[in-house]
Design a protein. Structure first.
Length: 180
């Protein structure tokens, strides 16, 4: 595959990014088990193989993405042969010293070819170059096994979850990595 360029998004990129397939297919889910007692709460996650592959819709409505991106601190785009093929959006400061990745999308035919990883690495470099942040946090649905695997492969550690995080009531998982 030819080398990709990663650069900040420009206005002509936005319609192309909006047309990308934001959904994904997964064969696994991280299932959560809660056990609540008087003085203790136990929460366990386990990877469960689904009986069949499932198509999962993106948890954010496409019609609001462009407005969301306008509020982000950074929006980087992966370019291949002059065309946008993926993007990553970042917000800071959401928590002390933290840049929060809310969106990471690669066009369907080019998934699992390293473009998502390249975008995350570019986001790490972006964090290193912007004051006020020393940590990168990735958010994803419990069904997003491809993103969970990529996060772990890139050295991110599980750091928490938020039940009913998305408008569709899906749970979000959070993975973090200290930069620099």
């Amino acid at each position: 595959m030819p080398a990709i360029e990663i650069r900040p998004a420009v206005a002509p990129d936005i319609p192309i990014l909006l047309k990308m397939d934001h959904g994904y297919v997964s064969d696994y889910v991280w299932q959560v088990d809660f056990q609540i007692a008087d003085t203790q709460i136990d929460i366990n996650f386990r990877q469960v193989h689904l009986p069949r592959s499932v198509r999962v819709d993106y948890p954010r409505p496409a019609k609001g993405l462009a407005d969301d991106w306008a509020q982000r601190s950074g929006l980087l785009v992966a370019i291949l042969d002059g065309e946008p093929v993926g993007y990553i959006s970042m917000m800071q400061p959401m928590a002390a010293l933290t840049t929060w990745v809310t969106d990471l999308v690669v066009t369907q035919p080019l998934r699992r070819k390293g473009i998502g990883s390249a975008l995350v690495l570019a986001a790490q470099q972006w964090v290193a170059e912007h004051p006020g942040s020393r940590r990168l946090l990735l958010e994803m649905q419990t069904k997003n096994y491809p993103a969970i695997s990529m996060s772990q492969k890139l050295g991110f550690d599980f750091c928490g979850f938020n039940d009913h995080h998305y408008a569709n009531n899906d749970m979000a998982l959070f993975f973090t990595k200290w930069i620099g």
